[in-house]
Design a protein around this ligand. Structure first.
Ligand code: PEP
Ligand code: MG
Length: 590
């Protein structure tokens, strides 16, 4: 590889998709539509200006449809692009632009640009980073319309015929959908964050990507040599000979790591003394389902369905929900998919229905409480889940159960949803496992009562620790006190597992605690049957399961439960399993 004589520059961004790639930069210009003139339209001309706008929207839709149809791996991206098609019709963008043309009598380009700027300003004020990032979807679709209005040529990413690394201000879902894996090694962008759709697609394509670099398009020129380290979020422009060698080695060892991981990930998670454990995945969006299979997930233990409600201005319809549930179920085949019903507010504020302000949202009208207060919203989702259940292996669970009445009420509404489907003559399945999430200490205290009503418990340690130790899970000041191994937390988990066993129901864990291989023997020793985690954590946890004996783990649990502090529990775990964890880590690196 020919090396540039310029000095090495390191840019730091947000890791969007792991892996390392080294190659020549290819700049994609998406800014060409930024210069827009304003001109007045006569009263008579308004009608035809609106028509011109409508036909540009129509053309933009056709462009998107063509991309969806030609998309090589339809599912991961099609949903996002479908959302873009919907956005094109949205009152927010479509209706307001037409209104601006009519009221202000300005050209369509100017009206569209003004409306987009207003939307941008509103979204940027939003505290939720996920919502903040959704503004990029609006910008992408408005750019598409703008290109059509101005007759500008869009640079097609699908037409790139060299092996390159894309460098762009931002890439839309439509752009990333055209990425040809034979050609594009990876990409870097100025804008975007971890939950931006661009990042999601990069992860599903499994190419390295770094976003949110701010200056990449300014600092990198066409044909510059760049290294993208998607794992750490670093981008090195004009690397020195030494850096190049170092990263080439890292790239080789990362590829080896991936090969070992994927080779092993499909092996059964069976302990040395023959106990099978289900290792499941947590997902937020249907696009992640491919990663679940790649990493060897036995199913989905937690589908955080609320993400489908967050980036929009109206509630999703039953059919819309059903369609996205269907996508997930079809890919998972016979593997179970656990739908966690809408868990909004708390740390995931919703843009719709914000008519109430709460001083203490984590303790407020969230999750099951919200759903019981808004039965119409809840029932729409319950109907969609029951309809989806007819298509595969589906379970349902309710978040934040803190009193007995809530689980009874949730089940009553589930019955009502089933009855209404029966009346409507729609196919559905009512006879599915129903679970309660155990994430509030009161649920542990009344676990024996709850166990009578459900088929399984799923322990959500993220909230359980927050409420048990009174540690706001989002507050950096107290983050050091957020201790999964605290004796109080361990006792809560132990009691839940014991009650589950005594009542003959399964006990799973889907909080982040389940991600840690060092904790795995502790959880198995306490009697958990199933662990659900980020897809990427599945292979290492499975490997750990294959290396331990439940009988030994029981003894470690007894020892751990005697300890008075989290640090001492950690010492017990390290003493028993620390070497194993280190060896596994080392084996993956070698
Ligand atoms: C939890 O609280 O542990 C959990 C899995 O739910 P969430 O993180 O979505 O609140
Ligand atoms: Mg929770």
């Amino acid at each position: 590889m020919k090396q540039s004589h310029s000095t090495e520059v390191v840019l730091k961004g947000i890791s969007a998709s792991p892996g390392i790639c080294i190659g020549k930069a290819y700049l994609v210009d998406r800014e060409g539509v930024d210069v827009v003139d304003r001109y007045a339209i006569s009263e008579k001309g308004v009608k035809s200006e609106v028509k011109r706008f409508k036909s540009a929207v129509q053309n933009a839709k056709q462009d998107l449809r063509a991309i969806i149809e030609n998309s090589p791996t339809g599912l991961q991206k099609a949903n996002i692009l479908e959302t873009h098609v919907v956005l094109l019709n949205d009152k927010l963008l479509y209706g307001r632009t037409i209104e601006a043309i009519e009221k202000e009598r300005v050209n369509a380009e100017w009206a569209l640009k003004t409306v987009v700027n207003q939307i941008k300003a509103v979204f940027q004020e939003m505290p939720d980073p996920y919502l903040k990032e959704r503004v990029s979807d609006i910008i992408h679709v408005s750019n598409l319309v703008m290109h059509n209005l101005m007759g500008a040529e869009t640079q097609s990413i699908g037409a790139i015929d060299k092996r390159v690394i894309l460098v762009a201000r931002d890439l839309s879902a439509a752009d990333t959908s055209q990425i040809n894996l034979e050609r594009i090694k990876g990409f870097i962008t100025d804008l975007g964050g971890k939950t931006s759709h661009t990042g999601i697609i990069a992860r599903s394509l499994e190419i390295p990507a770094v976003v949110g670099l701010e200056q990449a398009t300014r600092m990198v020129a066409n044909d510059d040599l760049v290294i993208v380290d998607g794992t750490t979020g670093a981008v090195i422009v004009h690397p020195s000979e030494q850096t190049l060698m170092e990263y080439t080695e890292r790239q080789v060892s990362y590829e080896r790591y991936r090969a070992v991981i994927t080779r092993d990930s499909h092996l059964e998670a069976k302990t040395l003394d023959g106990h099978h454990i289900d290792v499941m995945a947590n997902i937020e969006l249907p696009e992640e389902v491919v990663a679940v299979l790649n990493y060897g997930g036995d199913g989905i233990g937690l589908y955080r369905t609320e993400f489908q409600y967050l980036n929009r201005t109206s509630f999703p319809s039953e059919n819309e929900l059903l369609e996205s549930y269907r996508d997930v179920i079809e890919v998972m085949g016979t593997r179970p998919v656990t739908f966690r019903t809408l868990d909004i507010n708390g740390d995931k504020a919703m843009a719709i229905d914000t008519g109430f302000a709460e001083v203490n949202p984590a303790l407020g009208l969230r999750a099951i409480r919200y759903c019981l207060k808004r039965p119409a919203v809840f029932k729409t989702q319950l109907r969609a889940i029951l309809r989806a259940a007819a298509l595969g292996s589906v379970r349902i669970m309710f978040p934040m159960i803190s009193i007995y009445f809530e689980i009874c009420e949730a089940k009553r509404l589930l019955d009502e949803a089933a009855e209404s489907l029966e009346k409507d003559g729609l196919p559905y399945k009512r006879d599915i496992p129903v679970g309660a999430m155990v994430e509030v200490p009161s649920a542990v205290v009344i676990a024996d009562l709850l166990a009578r009503e459900v088929d399984f418990f799923s322990i959500g340690t993220n909230d359980l620790i927050q409420f048990a130790l009174a540690i706001d899970r989002g507050n950096k000041q107290v983050a050091h006190l957020f201790q999964p191994l605290d004796p109080a937390v361990l006792r809560l988990i132990k009691r839940t597992a014991d009650v589950g066993r005594d009542n003959g129901i399964a006990v799973c864990m889907c909080g982040e605690m389940a991600n840690q291989p060092l904790y795995t023997p502790l959880l198995l020793g306490m009697g958990l049957h199933e662990l659900s985690m980020n897809p990427q954590a599945i292979p290492v946890v499975k490997r750990m399961i294959r290396s331990v004996r439940i009988a030994d783990a029981h003894a470690v649990v007894q020892e751990a439960l005697k300890q008075p502090t989290a640090l001492k529990v950690l010492a017990v775990l390290r003493g028993a399993y620390g070497e194993l964890v280190t060896n596994h880590r080392q084996a993956l690196k070698d």
